[in-house]
Design a protein around this ligand. Structure first.
Ligand code: BES
Ligand code: MN
Ligand code: MN
Length: 456
């Protein structure tokens, strides 16, 4: 531990400078205008893996953005840790709400502000630096493989093909991922589950063209109104989702499991204050932690129709659109849910409009074991480094690769994330605490150490 701390202390500034360099690449996978930048980011990551001491570093092409691979196999008899992360980021919009530009990382009050600071550049880069540390101090205890992808934020469409084609190369005993959150630095926690996702786009079409709202209004259905009604009908008065069959496969937790989940420190008043809301909302019969951890949800992510420019235009729009996503829990399946949604949404469309439903990406929910050697190694690493017992929590977000690794490779994951829910992931002014960055770099070598020890 002393040796680890010393190495981090001696290299503090450089570790930060390198992360800043990484954060300056606008690697937005969703927007083709950043294509060159995304590709340059992959080059940078590959170079840093090489510099840290990785062998067989390769920028593996896919039908989309490349996957950066690298490994250090020191002894076939030792366990192998596969580290997964993503170098792509969400779009920075709305730009005007950023206090400092998203791709010019800035430290304020001990926090690094930049798009990707926490999700996931700041977090996966901790692994690259922890690996460097273990190489330089001759303490690497496990074989290590890195797989850093560039399409996580757009659904990892090409990842399954890569994983299936590289089962031998990716062989490992555990997948280690830092792309999730902790409750707080005072209450370190480990996420033990992720929700799945079914993402849909819907289009409601009324008349064949935009109409004068005075000449035709009142006599022709307005698709914006109809879409709003259809969307509103997707939740009932108890905020249950009304899609028939939606809950059929949902795994209900036992009372004991629910109690354990609700025992985690959580202050509803703080939560409301932080979000500036007077009251929380959600499915009747469940707590806020349950609503985001173990229950499925349906959200409108975007909705548009008609005139939204300056001033007023009197128009009855021809079309109305929305992007709708559903978060899934065990044992729901994204394809099944996507089919159920499509059928239902088409069936509730009145005669005076036409409806088109297009599924986007999906991902399956997972629960990670808490009785495994790997989880115990993560627990012990946290305990050593934080001086506290890690609390298991269920995360609301999705990382589709986790289920894929299980299905295709048969490897379980440990979600050892150091972010905070308040890090503003996907929002303006995303941040990552400098403290968390260094803390992560200090904690990760301990995971490797204990994983090797416990595997003996
Ligand atoms: N790192 C997040 C997922 C996450 C965040 C998990 C916080 C747990 C806590 C990841 O980059 C992400 O944003 N995933 C997307 C899904 C993806 C298919 C676009 C998500 O959850 O919306
Ligand atoms: Mn992420
Ligand atoms: Mn993300």
């Amino acid at each position: 531990m002393q040796e680890i701390k010393k190495y981090v202390e001696d290299n503090k500034q450089r570790f930060l400078d390198e992360l800043f360099e990484l954060l300056r690449f606008p690697s937005v996978s969703a927007d083709p205008k950043y294509k060159d930048d995304v590709l340059k980011t992959a080059d940078f990551v590959a170079q840093k893996l090489k510099d840290a001491g990785a062998d067989k570093v390769e920028i593996c092409p896919t039908a989309g953005y490349p996957i950066v691979y690298g490994e250090k196999i020191i002894d076939a008899g030792l366990p192998t840790v596969l580290i997964y992360g993503h170098y792509d980021v969400q779009p920075p919009d709305p730009l005007e709400l950023w206090k400092t530009p998203p791709f010019e990382p800035t430290i304020r009050d001990g926090k690094i502000y930049a798009r990707g600071a926490c999700d996931d550049k700041g977090q996966f880069y901790m692994h690259v630096k922890a690996f460097e540390l273990m190489m330089k101090t001759n303490t690497l205890a496990c074989n290590v493989k890195f797989m850093i992808e560039g399409e996580e934020e757009v659904g990892s469409a090409n990842l399954a093909t890569f994983v299936k084609a590289n089962t031998e190369r990716l062989k490992a005993d555990i997948v280690l991922i830092s792309d999730t959150s902790m409750i707080s630095m005072e209450n370190p926690s480990i996420e033990t589950g992720l929700r799945g996702l079914a993402y849909m786009e819907v289009e409601v079409t009324g008349p064949n063209r935009d109409l004068h709202s005075g000449v035709y209004g009142g006599a022709v259905a307005n698709p914006a109104t109809i879409l709003c009604k259809m969307i509103a009908s997707l939740h009932d008065e108890n905020n249950h989702i009304t899609v028939p069959g939606f809950y059929d496969k949902v795994l209900e937790l036992t009372l004991k499991e629910r109690e354990a989940l609700n025992a985690a420190p959580f202050d509803l008043d703080e939560y409301k204050k932080d979000l500036d809301i007077d009251a929380e909302w959600g499915e009747k019969g469940y707590t806020t932690l349950e609503r985001t951890g173990i229950r499925p949800t349906l959200e409108v992510n975007g909705i548009w129709s008609g005139y939204i420019g300056e001033g007023a235009k009197t128009v009855l729009p021809s079309k109305a659109n929305a992007k709708i996503s559903m978060r899934l829990v065990p044992n729901q399946n994204s394809t099944e849910i996507s089919d159920l949604f499509t059928k239902h949404f088409e069936s509730i469309a009145p005669d005076y409009v036409k409806v088109k439903v297009t599924p986007h990406h999906g991902g399956e929910p997972v629960v990670t074991p808490t009785d495994s050697i790997a989880y115990k190694a993560a627990e012990k690493a946290i305990e050593d480094s934080f001086g506290k017992q890690a609390i298991p929590t269920r995360g609301g977000g999705s990382i589709p690769i986790v289920a894929l690794f299980e299905d295709v490779l048969g490897i379980k994951s440990v979600l050892l994330g150091f972010g905070l829910d308040s890090d503003a992931l996907h929002s303006p002014n995303e941040k990552y605490d400098v403290f968390n960055y260094y803390k992560g770099i200090e904690t990760l070598p301990l995971f490797h150490k204990y994983f090797a020890e416990f595997s003996k």
